[in-house]
Design a binder for this molecule. Structure first.
Ligand code: FAD
Ligand code: NAG
Ligand code: NAG
Ligand code: NAG
Ligand code: NAG
Length: 599
């Protein structure tokens, strides 16, 4: 690939004269996780095609806050973060929740916490069962392992070993982290080491992390996929696409002719435009282009072209809450490397990282538990809560209800960290944290452009904890986290629970704590859902936007129903599947079939 500098030499100076405009076969909007992977695969698979990848943020390949695994989290709220927030959440007393997203080449894969895992097989099969032929576990596991290069001995699990994204099991583990499996197993949970990536994640285990074992750097879309691309891929950074341009073709579906940049420059696409701007911004780009709910478009003063009610709806995200425990004297933690990073120990460890020695800055999340409600002893109560909130006319809700009868599908995740990750704020000391997450909350919210500033920050309303199942689930998961903390050998490591604190005992107190401490787990999906049109779908099984011949969405916004996992593997998998589809379509098409004639 080449970072574009001189492309404008061929770009439009006289509007309406197509021959003078910069032109590509494919334009991909958003050089994030899926967009960078897709651009690379198209470049390799279609060596004759000219491909442009446009990213709003900069390239930051030398940025230590991205590259050093242990500095994960440090670019949240920085210039590499879009800094979105939700609207005030009614069920959280009007609190506003941060919605962090990467604004940098590599997108949120540059910002994420390097948890590398997969959901259960039935959850990928659900995509097909909800109406998208060809999708499912078989398709996605092939695609996800195609993107992966795992380093480590055969452990019986499913790992790719030839793909771009490097991963391995953490080699830096604090002694307290080793207490994880024996502690959780003492509560009757199965140990699932070496089996959790094969579509059956229920249990307690260590999981891999996406680090390049040779360089000890984060392995992400910008430094692991893009360098593989050919010179037929141009990458334009620091450029936020304002809209997709559409043209009519008689009575046939509309078609995309290219994109417009903030300064009015038009770039043409002779084959396809692909949106990979992520779950928060891909729906907004459709709206800015005249595709979406007419009410939303009209309020923003945008001429509606295609009425597509599903755009920006069906927003789903994981909700989480943390229990934190102050460690006893002498128990080591990672806290000083985060909160005292100018101290002697941290600077010494950073020096080791920089000179290639084994460093504590390689530490990332290692210890996971994925459980169903039965394992927590609350299956009946949670099913009853679900039955009370499910909307029988909604196919996504109905599928989530089915999951509750399938023991292979986790309902809860608990993450175990050797440092403080609480909501109250760090006030010194060493901690362990248990992060409790509801895997399939029933809240379905929305994201739409802001009518008073359509190009600005979108209006995000996830409706967090707006129903009984979601809030009860969070409370039950956090109560179970307390049981874990009180079980040996973990119990011997800490001296006090600081969040929520032992004063919290009744369900009413737990609810107050949970609504006050709830955060997003950064996994929004579903806002350009791959579903039938009648069920609120935005794209079909080929990821094509309904009503437009040559406009696709390829990112996590197409996931119709939130999976029980961290979802970067899904983003890479979706990009791999999409690349195969686009390459196959290219081979089967004549030039006139796909191209829109200049208007
Ligand atoms: C803080 C955080 C922690 C996370 N931790 C984990 C984890 O540990 N493990 C895990 O599996 N998942 C994790 N995730 C989730 C995972 O990283 C994301 O779901 C995934 O990266 C999303 O990929 P995407 O391609 O859908 O979107 P993104 O990677 O966000 O890509 C969208 C890209 O589009 C660009 N863009 C947007 N609008 C425009 C425009 N108009 N013009 C040009 N460019 C535009 C953006 O700048 C961005 O680069 C985390 C996410 C966050 C934010
Ligand atoms: C996000 O907020 C921080 C802190 O206010 C700011 O420095 C940064 O520039 C913001 N990011 C963007 C992309 O504007
Ligand atoms: C996969 O990772 C190993 C290091 O473990 C490396 O030697 C190898 O070159 C990588 N393969 C590819 C295809 O990148
Ligand atoms: C328009 O924006 C592009 C992309 O950011 C930039 O390269 C170009 O110089 C701008 N063109 C004009 C005419 O300002
Ligand atoms: C930092 O502290 C840890 C103990 O918590 C120790 O193992 C490590 O060697 C120290 N590193 C440096 C560079 O002092």
């Amino acid at each position: 690939m080449k970072l574009s500098r001189s492309w404008l030499a061929t770009a439009a100076t006289v509007s309406g004269v197509c021959a003078l405009e910069a032109s590509y076969d494919y334009i991909i909007v958003g050089g994030g996780t899926a967009g960078s992977a897709l651009a690379t695969r198209l470049s390799l698979g279609l060596p004759q095609a000219k491909i442009l990848l446009v990213e709003a943020g900069p390239s930051a390949l030398d940025e230590l806050r991205i590259n050093v695994p242990g500095l994960r989290g440090s670019i949240l709220g920085s210039g590499y973060d879009w800094n979105f927030t939700t609207v005030p959440q009614g069920s959280l007393g009007g609190r506003v929740i941060d919605v962090n997203r990467g604004k940098v080449l590599g997108g949120s894969s540059a910002m994420n916490y390097l948890c590398y895992d997969r959901a259960s097989a039935p959850e990928y099969d659900a995509w097909r069962e909800l109406g998208s032929p060809g999708w499912g576990w078989k398709t996605m596991i092939a695609a996800m392992t195609k993107s992966e290069n795992f380093t480590g001995p055969e452990d019986g699990d499913r790992h790719g070993r030839r793909g771009p994204i490097r991963n391995y099991y953490n080699r830096v583990l604090y002694p307290i982290i080793r207490a994880w499996q024996p502690t959780v197993a003492a509560l009757g949970i199965n140990v699932n080491d070496g089996g959790s990536l094969s579509g059956a994640p229920v249990g307690v285990m260590f999981q891999p992390t996406n680090i390049n074992v040779d360089k000890r750097t984060r392995s992400y879309a910008a430094n692991s996929y893009l360098p593989l691309a050919g010179s037929n891929l141009e990458v334009l950074t620091n450029t936020q696409v304002t809209k997709v341009n559409l043209a009519k073709r008689g009575k046939k579906p509309s078609c995309a002719t290219g994109v417009t940049l903030p300064n009015g420059t038009v770039i043409r696409a002779s084959k396809e435009v692909i949106l990979s701007a992520g779950s928060v911004q891909s729906p907004g780009l459709l709206e800015l282009s005249g595709i979406g709910q007419s009410r939303v478009l009209q309020a923003a003063g945008i001429t509606p072209h295609i009425d597509l009610p599903g755009v920006g709806e069906n927003y789903q995200d994981h909700i989480r809450v943390s229990n934190t425990y102050r460690l006893k004297d002498g128990v080591e933690s990672f806290d000083n490397l985060i909160f005292d990073n100018a101290g002697a120990n941290a600077t010494g460890e950073m020096q080791k990282w920089l000179t290639g020695e084994r460093s504590l800055y390689e530490y990332t999340t290692a210890a996971y538990g994925f459980m169903n409600w039965g394992q927590l002893g609350v299956a009946g109560a949670m099913k009853a809560a679900a039955a009370s909130v499910v909307q029988s006319t909604n196919v996504v809700d109905a599928k989530k209800l089915q999951y509750l009868n399938n023991a292979q599908v986790p309902s809860v995740e608990i993450l175990y960290e050797a440092n403080y990750v609480g909501a109250a704020g760090y006030t010194g000391g060493r901690f362990l944290t248990l992060i409790s997450t509801v895997m399939q909350p029933f809240a379905r919210g929305s994201v739409h452009i802001n009518p008073s500033n359509p190009q600005g920050k979108p209006v995000i309303d996830p409706r967090f904890a707006s129903n009984e199942y979601d809030i009860k689930g969070l409370v039950e998961a956090a109560k179970f986290s307390r049981r874990i903390a009180h079980t040996e050998p973990m119990r011997s490591a800490w001296e006090a629970e600081t969040e929520p604190g032992e004063a919290v005992q009744t369900d009413a107190q737990w609810r107050t704590f949970a609504t006050g401490a709830l955060g997003s787990f950064y996994h929004p999906v579903g806002t350009c859902a791959m579903l039938p049109l009648k069920d609120g779908g935005v794209v079909d099984a080929d990821l094509k936007v309904y009503g437009v011949a040559n406009l696709r969405v390829v990112d996590n916004s197409i996931i119709p129903i939130i999976p029980s996992a961290h979802i970067q593997t899904a983003a890479y998998g979706i990009a791999e599947v999409a690349a195969e589809k686009i390459i196959a379509a290219h081979a089967g098409s004549s030039k006139s079939e796909n191209a829109c004639n200049c208007k």
